[in-house]
Design a protein around this ligand. Structure first.
Ligand code: SF4
Length: 348
């Protein structure tokens, strides 16, 4: 086991030690990066991480930020709830002198849940812990051939490794930070959900799933994957004579509350769908941009129209908060709107 993990850490060091959050690390930057990386890919976080830290270099600067500033800095990272948690954590931490080392104590800080607590302990403090996210669950359940169901006890089962003498020794010798980061890298790049690249994997020599060809049966899922529903949206691109673009603000009852979006209609969705006004318009004959939210796989069709036509298609737009914005002065816009404007080369 030890030689596998030694290989793993040295592979991760040579391939991924340049990730920006692995340089000049502090407990604060660890907190920021770990929260940013939850439910988001490394590729999405890479261009945002440093600019976020430039804007909020300390716990204090983040704790005293305005909602508007935080939203602007978080733009493009999605799931704004995570930024709210980060803000809550910084407000709590500001009033204490230090980051606790103990996971139970860490979880007493508002906004820090079990995963973030173990990540701060393992990666921030470099103390024995396992930050058991989806990647670690996949890698370790396969390596150990642990058939405990994902939703029923796999976390706890894998954490028992910390009481295994051989593994504890490995963690101490190689460093909990390095081991955790290397496992995350492996899960992201090699031990993939489908078609894991076992032949190039540093853990292959003692991986039980590889030996028994059970990789794709692990981790065991008891819940069926949610069936995705296709949703076709028309996103209206509409400028006034001053070359300002029309956007409207999402309300509290909608997806992405408080963010601004292109005026949008849904093409013949199921009757119960309330997120966007329904339209009988046909699916445009153009290539859509694909996005997703909750159970929906969304096909976004950008359609250019005069503001008057947009208001005719969406009569209720007039009753909602809507405005024209200069492109160099956009408010906090939704990730889908960012992607559409970028794809159309309207706004980078
Ligand atoms: S050998 Fe294959 S299944 Fe085992 S840890 Fe490596 S990639 Fe995953």
């Amino acid at each position: 086991m030890k030689s596998d993990f030694k290989e793993l850490v040295s592979w991760s060091d040579s391939e991924y030690s340049s990730l920006p959050w692995r340089h000049n690390r502090t407990l604060y930057t660890t907190l920021v990066s770990e929260i940013m990386l939850q439910q988001t890919t490394v590729g999405t976080v890479l261009p945002k991480f440093q600019s976020f830290l430039d804007k909020f270099p300390t716990i204090e600067s983040l704790a005293s930020s305005t909602d508007e500033d935080l939203r602007e800095a978080w733009q493009g990272l999605g799931y704004y709830r995570r930024a709210v948690n980060l803000l809550k954590a910084c407000k709590d931490l500001q009033s204490t002198d230090s980051f606790p080392e103990d996971e139970t104590e860490l979880q007493k800080i508002t906004g820090i849940g079990p995963y973030t607590a173990s990540a701060i302990r393992a990666i921030g403090h470099d103390l024995p812990a396992l930050a058991v996210d989806g990647n670690l669950k996949r890698v370790l359940s396969r390596y150990l051939e642990d058939f405990t169901p994902y939703e029923k006890g796999l976390d706890d089962s894998l954490r028992k490794l910390l009481t295994n003498k051989e593994f504890s020794k490995i963690l101490t010798q190689l460093g909990p930070r390095k081991v955790n980061e290397a496992l995350m890298d492996l899960g992201r790049v090699i031990c993939r959900v489908k078609n894991p690249l076992c032949l190039t994997c540093p853990l292959k020599p003692n991986c039980k799933a590889y030996k028994n060809a059970t990789q794709e049966k692990l981790p065991v899922r008891t819940k069926k994957a949610q069936k995705l529903i296709d949703l076709n949206l028309i996103r209206f691109i509409s400028f006034n004579e001053q070359d300002e673009i029309l956007l409207y603000k999402k309300n509290d009852k909608e997806w992405l509350a408080d963010q601004w979006e292109l005026p949008t209609v849904a093409i013949n969705p199921e009757d119960s769908f309330k997120q966007y006004p329904h339209t009988q318009l046909k699916i445009p004959n153009s290539t859509p941009l694909k996005t997703g939210i909750t159970k929906y796989r969304i096909y976004n069709y950008a359609v250019k129209h005069e503001p008057a036509v947009v208001h005719k298609e969406i009569p209720k737009l007039a009753e909602r908060e809507h405005r024209f914005f200069r492109l160099e002065n956009l408010p906090h816009i939704s990730t889908a709107t960012v992607k559409i404007l970028k794809k159309l080369k309207i706004h980078e």
